[in-house]
Design a protein around this ligand. Sequence first.
Ligand SMILES: [Zn+2]
Length: 253
Amino acid sequence: MGLLKHLRRKKLDRIPFPEQWRRILADHIPQYEKMDAKQREIFEKKTRYFMAEKSFEGCGGMNLDERKTLLIAALACVPLMGGVSDLYPYLRSVLVYPSDYQAPYRESGEDGVVSEGVESRSGESWDQGILVFSWDEVAYDLRHPADGSNIVFHECAHQLDYEWGATMENFSWHRKAGEPGMAATLKTSYQKLLFRLEKGLPVRIDDYAATNIHEFFAVMTETWLERPDRVRNDWPEVEKVLSGFYNLNPDFL
Ligand SMILES: [Zn+2]
């Protein structure tokens, strides 16, 4: 960490965390409720650094007030509680639209035909260091904290994937003697998902995970953070690599 950033954080640490913010976190972030006093202190610090160091921008007429900024920053810091990343170093800006927004797309099909158009989106992560959210979607997720789906956790997982190459073949964070690497485990589990979907078997995760290995990792992450029981029961091998990668227990025990 640079000296300037370090000094700025020290300065922030001297200002007491607002009680009003504590109430907002307690009301909306169940993971905060589960944390002990020490974990809460770390979480509050990270959340405040995130708010200070990333640029938040309301788009499409969005009135991005302090409460909304706080809640997005707090959600983004939940996956970081085990220390996987120092606040997503490549992330610079968080853009927030009031609701689903229109974005141009361009993709080439297997036949080489390129299709272009405009599609409706609720969130995305760019490798140029930008996260984009629809506030409606974030608010929905705040009201449904145990449905296994959370757009902020999802997009933040993509940021970590860029940072660490978590889904890359040569990723070896979790590799121990005799154990397959994280990417290999994810790949095998991804194949299992495709197989189960093909056979019409239940999967209990968003089938968007079948899109590709990156989406598989992001969907598994959001499900695990909200419903660790589901991943633990249905995808124990994935739960093992996620616990190792994030170095945390989503139940904060
Ligand atoms: Zn995604």
